[in-house]
Design a protein around this ligand. Sequence first.
Ligand code: BES
Ligand code: MN
Length: 454
Amino acid sequence: MNFEQHVDVHQERYTAELLEFVRMPSISALPRHADDVRQTAAWVAARLQQAHFENVQVMETGGHPVVYGDWLHAGDQPTVLIYGHFDVQPVDPVDLWIKPPFEPWIDEGKILGRGASDSKGNMLASIAALDSTLCVEGRLPVNVKFCFEGQEEIGSPQISDFLAREKERFRCDLAISSDGGQWAENRPSLTMALRGICGIQINLRGPSRDLHSGSYGGAVHNPIHALVDLLASMHHPDGSIAIAGFYEDVTSPTAEERQNTARIPFDENKYRDELGIAAVHGEEGYSTRERTWHRPTLEVNGIWGGFQQEGIKTVLPSMAHAKITCRLVPRQDPDSIRHLLQRHVERHVPAGVEASVDFLTMNGKPYVIPKEHWGNMAARDVLVDLYGQDPYYVRTGGSIPICGAFLEHLGAYTVNFGFGLPDEKSHSPNEFFRLASFRRSQTAYHRLLHKLSC
Ligand code: BES
Ligand code: MN
């Protein structure tokens, strides 16, 4: 049997495994699911063991664990670190799901369920591909290590320190990330950049208790009003960010980068229609694509305080809160930026309220890989063979914090080699993954390892 036949014969089993994997509610953000994340790690470790990988272990990070395994019998061949994440996003709003998010089902060639596309389908495909390769060929063309983490969806808070401690174990020539996507069913893409991320929570305190808004309204500063002013002070009217020092390390996209981005098809009318917005919005002087691919942002992700239930309560609240995250571009440092945010809050807090700032645990450096990197060239060849089309060289506004950490601690670039598609509703209700992508990515991984062997 050759590889393709083997994978075909076992596709039903691999799909059943994917259903089992998606069934596990490994929501990293919710403390009550911490045990589920751990059980999912154990499931992944067992799956690697079943495929006869060696040194398989669930490793402690101080938070959600990492699963390691390896196959290091390819002598002088390069060592490739295959990365994926087995944690998933929360499921709310849960009533918008057609069926419960952790009771995955198959419909018209799609598997639906939380984490199907982001990123369990992608991750399991990489394991299945190497499992079949080992079965058919008895060996792998390169040395392989696995790094599967359970904390990507909360910004990998412990991963940078963990990799700094475990440099030797994870040492490799190249990382390959199964988390990521392609442009369309018939068009591949290679991702050249991801943005970094950091964030804070602002807590404003006014009076020591909620007050009658008739008795006190007009005489006491309302912390929600103060918060709104404070948040408004964070952008200039031209859409740029008004935090002192925020752009200090930012380099503008080069003319060549802007040309590359402008070459990628983009239909702004379609974009607006799809999103149900009358107009796009953002920093003056940049296209929509440039705003999400090349420029940093500051976004309020949530704001709360006061009375939120049905009906009326005439209250002047004691507290108001907001969560803010920034997407960062090359040379911006997440730790420095969150200190700048903190200083901005301290300097601009309106009189009559007190502010405290908590750092959100996410901490991701921006990441860029050269287009001509040997890993990208190999990936490109595989994609051209598989799709019969040249890949678009894209960037993304999203973040995968570990890519920057691999570069910093292991000196290894990460090739983004995932097979999700943009319409698969990742982070949203009714997330799904195409079984055709699941199957195709197995071939892709098999071929990529062969391409990477010298
Ligand atoms: N798979 C995504 C990253 C991604 C997004 C890649 C869009 C390609 C296109 C990843 O799972 C993710 O959602 N990352 C989070 C990280 C955050 C929680 C620190 C993100 O970007 O919001
Ligand atoms: Mn995600």
